[in-house]
Design a protein around this ligand. Structure first.
Ligand code: IMP
Ligand code: MG
Length: 197
């Protein structure tokens, strides 16, 4: 199966989106002690860019890691915390969770519930992308970059099977059989091979 990268959001658009989010965050958290919690691994580039646009002092940056899709393009239906953080980093603090993309909402909801247990002073969510078409659990996104269609997104920290995180732009993966592959698939020999496998 061929997977084509289709361009979706340019680096320039990402830069202006990140700037806009930082302005909104600066405005809302003035005179407060902001703690950012990045959800690994997908948010690492977004978080790195966002912190450099935020002008108010950031009290702390922490990371939470949850189980992800693995090598499948379909959500497993549950999220597990695989790397947690010290409760004292959260208790009584103004926490802003930074997520790459909210899809079914399961991962983000799990992260927010986990953090809420440690009684932060406030808890909000900043997500670069929202894919509402596939939502299973309602999630309130306080700071949102862009809404995307029901597409499989890669680039700018977001992966497919751990690949493509390094791309500066955002793409979606299109599964396509080119005509040559399709033609070959129709050859009797290939059908026979396929039947064997
Ligand atoms: P959810 O639990 O289904 O909301 O998915 C959340 C996580 O799944 C995100 O933080 C991403 O790491 C991953 N994810 C969701 N949609 C995509 C996608 O389109 N491309 C790559 N990863 C995705
Ligand atoms: Mg993620």
């Amino acid at each position: 199966m061929n997977r084509n990268l289709v361009h979706l959001i340019s680096q320039a658009e990402i830069v202006s989106t990140v700037r806009r989010l930082a302005v909104e965050i600066d405005r809302d958290y003035q005179d407060r002690s902001l703690v950012l919690v990045g959800i690994l691994k997908g948010s690492f580039i977004f978080l790195a860019d966002l912190v450099r646009e935020i002008e108010i002092p950031i009290a702390n940056i922490e990371f939470l890691r949850l189980s992800s899709y693995g090598s499948s393009m379909v959500s497993s239906g549950e999220a597990k915390i695989t790397m947690n953080l010290p409760p004292k980093a959260i208790a009584g603090k103004d926490i802003l969770v930074v997520e790459d993309i909210v899809d079914t909402g399961i991962t983000t909801d799990t992260a927010l519930r986990y953090l809420q247990n440690y009684q932060p002073a406030s808890l909000r969510l900043c997500a670069l992308l929202d894919k509402p078409a596939r939502r299973q659990v309602p999630v309130k996104i306080d700071y949102l970059g862009s809404t995307v269609e029901d597409l499989f997104i890669v680039g700018y920290g977001i992966d497919f099977d751990q690949k493509y995180r390094q791309l500066p732009d955002i793409y979606y993966l299109e599964e396509e059989q080119d005509s040559e592959t399709a033609e070959k698939a129709n050859y009797p020999i290939n059908q026979a091979m396929a039947a064997k496998n």
